[in-house]
Design a protein around this ligand. Structure first.
Ligand code: 0X9
Ligand code: ZN
Length: 445
C-alpha cells in the first residue's frame, strides 16, 4: 500500500531544520536530530500534506463510476470467475478478494450466488488507503517507515548491521530483525552472548516500537564510543521493533486509532489472538481467555500463531541468547518472571539476578521493578517462556504513561513522550547489555 504522508511530513520537518540544510543528501538523521524532529512533530505547525493531498485524491476520483468491492472467494477457480465478471483483483485474502469494478457491473456481484461482502466508491477507498497515524502522532513509525529506518541503518553500517526476517505474519508481513554483530551477519549463528529487544507484541502499544528502534539508531551512531564499541564487538544484538505488524497497521489503518491489541488471525466469527498469551508457558491457564472474541484470547493452541512461532524458532535456534526485553505499554514498570504463577522462580540465584537487573533498569527509567505476577498472573507470555525454555533473563517493560491520577494518555500518549522514553530506555537497555556477557554477575550486587 502507498503511504507517502508520513515520509513527506518527516521530510518536511527535517528539511525545515538547520541540520537538513547542512547534511549531505541522503545522510541519515542523527539520533539527536531524529528525536528532536520526532518530539517536536506533535506541536509542529499543522502539516499541509493531509489537507492538500486528500482533497486532491478525492477530487481526482470525484464522480468516478468505479467501486472498490470485497467478494467472498476461496479458490483460484472462484477468483478467475470474478475476473471474468469484470473485477480487477487487487488484494487476495484466504476467503475473499478485493478490487475495482465498474458500478454498472455491481448488480451481477449482488446476485445471491456471488457473496458481495462490501462496496464503496473508489474515491472513498483511495482516501482511506492514504491514512496513517493521525497527524499529531505522525512521528511514530508505521511498518513501512520502520522498515525504511532499519534498512537505512544497515546501509550506513554494513560492517556490523544486517537486516533479516524471522518469519511472516498471518497477513504475510515480514517480522524484521536488525542484527548488530561485528563478525556475523543475518541469520548465521554466533557464539557471542546474545540480547534481544522486541516491540509491539500488542498492536496499540506504538511507543514500544519507537524505544527499540531508536535504541538501534543510538547504538549505531555511538558505535565508536569505547564502551559501545566493546558491547558491539563482544555481543550478538537483535532488535525486533514490531512482532505484530499486522495488528499495528490495523490499529492505524483508517486514520483513527482502533484500540487493537491482538494479531489479525481469523477465528470463528472474530479476529485476533493475544500474542502475549500464545507462548507455551502454562498456556491458557491463569489470566488468559479461551473465547476468540476476547482481548486476552490465548488462541486454539500454544504457538498457533505465525508471529509467536517465529519468535520461538528464532530463540530456539540461538542458544547464545542471554537477555531479552519485550517492550509493552503502559504503566512504567520493569517486570520479571514468573508472570504466569504467583510464586517466585525456584532458582534463588537467578531470582537475585532478575531482581538486581530489574532494579538497575528501574533506577535509570524511574519505573517500578516487580515480579510480573504481582501485577497479575497471566500465562502464555513471552518472557516466562524465554526464561523457562532457554534460561534467558527476559524482562517485560511497561513504558509510559504511568496511568492513574496525574498521568495523561493511555496507549496513545502522543509524540511528546517519545524523546524522554527513548533517552531513559537507551540507558536501561545499555545496562542490560553490560551484563549480557554473564548476567549472573548481577547476583552479587
Ligand atoms: O498483559 C500483558 O500481556 C502485559 N501487559 S499489557 O498491558 N501490555 O498487555 C503484561 C505482561 C506481564 N506478564 C504477566 N503479568 N504475565
Ligand atoms: Zn502489551
Amino acid at each position: 500500500m502507498f503511504r507517502p504522508l508520513l515520509s513527506l511530513a518527516l521530510t518536511a520537518i527535517l528539511a525545515a531544520s538547520s541540520f537538513a540544510a547542512a547534511a549531505p543528501e541522503n545522510a541519515p538523521a542523527s539520533f539527536d536530530q531524529l528525536l528532536r524532529a520526532m518530539s517536536s512533530a506533535y506541536d509542529a505547525p499543522p502539516q499541509p500534506v493531509a489537507e492538500d493531498v486528500l482533497p486532491a485524491v478525492e477530487k481526482a476520483l470525484e464522480g468516478d463510476p468505479r467501486l472498490w468491492i470485497t467478494v467472498a472467494a476461496s479458490t483460484k477457480e472462484e477468483r478467475t470467475r470474478l475476473l471474468e465478471m469484470g473485477l480487477s483483483i487487487e488484494e487476495v485474502a484466504p476467503n475473499s478478494v478485493s478490487g475495482i469494478v465498474h458500478r454498472d457491473s455491481l448488480p451481477a456481484f449482488q446476485a445471491k450466488s456471488v457473496g458481495l461482502l462490501a462496496s464503496m466508491p473508489l474515491a472513498q477507498f483511495a482516501v482511506s488507503a492514504y491514512k496513517d497515524f493521525p497527524a499529531q502522532d505522525a512521528a511514530y513509525h508505521n511498518y513501512q517507515e520502520m522498515y525504511d529506518r532499519l534498512k537505512a541503518l544497515e546501509a550506513a553500517n554494513p560492517d556490523i548491521a544486517s537486516l533479516f526476517s524471522i518469519g511472516r505474519t498471518v497477513q504475510g508481513r515480514e517480522i524484521w530483525t536488525l542484527r548488530i554483530n561485528s563478525s556475523a551477519k543475518g541469520a548465521s549463528p554466533s557464539s557471542k552472548p546474545g540480547a534481544v529487544f522486541q516491540g509491539a507484541h500488542h498492536a496499540r502499544e506504538h511507543l514500544s516500537v519507537e524505544v527499540p528502534l531508536l535504541f538501534a539508531v543510538w547504538l549505531l551512531e555511538n558505535r565508536n564510543n569505547a564502551e559501545v564499541r566493546k558491547l558491539i564487538t563482544t555481543l550478538d544484538i537483535y532488535i525486533q521493533p514490531m512482532i505484530n505488524p499486522d495488528g499495528a497497521e490495523h490499529d492505524i489503518a483508517d486514520g483513527k486509532y482502533k484500540w487493537w491489541r491482538k494479531n489479525m488471525s481469523t477465528n470463528s466469527g472474530s479476529q485476533g489472538v493475544d500474542l502475549n498469551r500464545n507462548y507455551d508457558s502454562w498456556w491458557c491457564e491463569a489470566g488468559a481467555s479461551n473465547s476468540p472474541w476476547a482481548d486476552t484470547y490465548c488462541g486454539p493452541s500454544a504457538f498457533s500463531e505465525p508471529e509467536s512461532r517465529a519468535v520461538r524458532d528464532f530463540v530456539k535456534a540461538r542458544p547464545n541468547l542471554r537477555t531479552m526485553i519485550s517492550y509493552h505499554t503502559y504503566g512504567e514498570m520493569v517486570l520479571y518472571p514468573w508472570g504466569g504463577k504467583y510464586e517466585d522462580i525456584p532458582d534463588q540465584n537467578d531470582l537475585k539476578v532478575f531482581r538486581n537487573l530489574a532494579q538497575g533498569m528501574a533506577r535509570l527509567t524511574g519505573y517500578k521493578a516487580q515480579k510480573s505476577s504481582d501485577l497479575y498472573a497471566a500465562t502464555g507470555d513471552s518472557c516466562d517462556w524465554a526464561y523457562a525454555e532457554a534460561g534467558i533473563f527476559a524482562f517485560t517493560f511497561e513504558l509510559t504513561p504511568k496511568g492513574g491520577w496525574g498521568s495523561s494518555g493511555t496507549f496513545y500518549p502522543g509524540a511528546g513522550v517519545i524523546e524522554k522514553s527513548v533517552r531513559d530506555n537507551v540507558q536501561a537497555a545499555l545496562h542490560l547489555l553490560k551484563y549480557t556477557d554473564n548476567p549472573r554477575r548481577a547476583a552479587a550486587e
